[in-house]
Design a protein around this ligand. Structure first.
Ligand SMILES: CC(C)(COP(=O)(O)OP(=O)(O)OC[C@H]1O[C@@H](n2cnc3c(N)ncnc32)[C@H](O)[C@@H]1OP(=O)(O)O)[C@@H](O)C(=O)NCCC(=O)NCCS
Length: 196
């Protein structure tokens, strides 16, 4: 299983002026708020923490559709410049962080840490859902040695997306995300698939 989340730091809702202490108290624990305040760039760090929570939630939700997103219950600890851990109930999930100038991409992985393909891109079209699918299909086709037309992504309402190759569901986890001008995905190597 896998979960990913992208946050565009330049999006109006990610601007420091749009932050509200009441929102922060609702979604971050006291320990998290202290860690965010102590960082070199608290305005961005709070979105790094948020992205880690959402990525962990998507992974858990893909495994169990009854998982509820109570942001404070996904407790984030930074464990380095590009890693965080997220504690949820008795589980601790590892989250890889790609922090760029204008966006953060968080990827939560399950145990076993199978090989993962991920990508982030700016999109300029009107439909981010379409852009992220195009990015995933183009990238994954290269890894699977397939033509993009042989891949498709389907998603039932309330469920995680599923990758199909030549009409066969591929198995490994796939997670899509879009925010502001950015789209991103992460995909685990499907069991038994050739993966270049
Ligand atoms: C799934 C969820 C986390 C998506 O997060 P988001 O920040 O709104 O949007 P993102 O762009 O990061 O992710 C959207 C993608 O998540 C994926 N997704 C949707 N449902 C999913 C699920 N059950 N499991 C995993 N992935 C899912 C989809 O691929 C979707 O993209 P698409 O619509 O283009 O197919 C969100 O819809 C959700 O359920 N949030 C919980 C709501 C909630 O309880 N809020 C409380 C706020 S305090």
């Amino acid at each position: 299983m896998i979960g990913n989340d992208v946050v565009d730091f330049d999006d109006p809702e990610a601007q420091p002026a749009a932050s509200h202490p009441r929102f922060d108290r609702r979604v971050f624990s006291a320990v998290e708020r202290k860690a965010i305040a102590a960082s070199t760039d608290p305005g961005r760090e709070r979105w790094v923490f948020w992205a880690a929570k959402e990525a962990a939630y998507k992974l858990l939700r893909a495994a169990d559709s009854t998982t509820v997103f109570s942001p404070r219950k996904f407790e984030v600890t930074r464990v380095g410049p590009s890693r965080a851990s997220v504690r949820w109930q008795d589980r601790v999930l590892h989250v890889d962080l790609e922090i760029r100038q204008r966006a953060v991409h968080a990827v939560a992985r399950g145990r076993g840490r199978r090989h993962v393909v991920l990508a982030t891109a700016e999109h300029h079209g009107a439909d981010p859902s379409r852009s992220v699918r195009a990015l995933a299909i183009e990238t994954l086709a290269q890894h699977l040695g397939a033509a993009p037309g042989e891949l498709r992504i389907e998603r039932a309402r309330g469920c995680p997306p599923v990758l199909f190759l030549r009409d066969r569901p591929m198995g490994g986890g796939l997670s899509l995300s879009h925010h502001g001008r950015y789209v991103a995905f992460a995909c685990e190597r499907p069991p038994g698939a050739g993966w270049g």
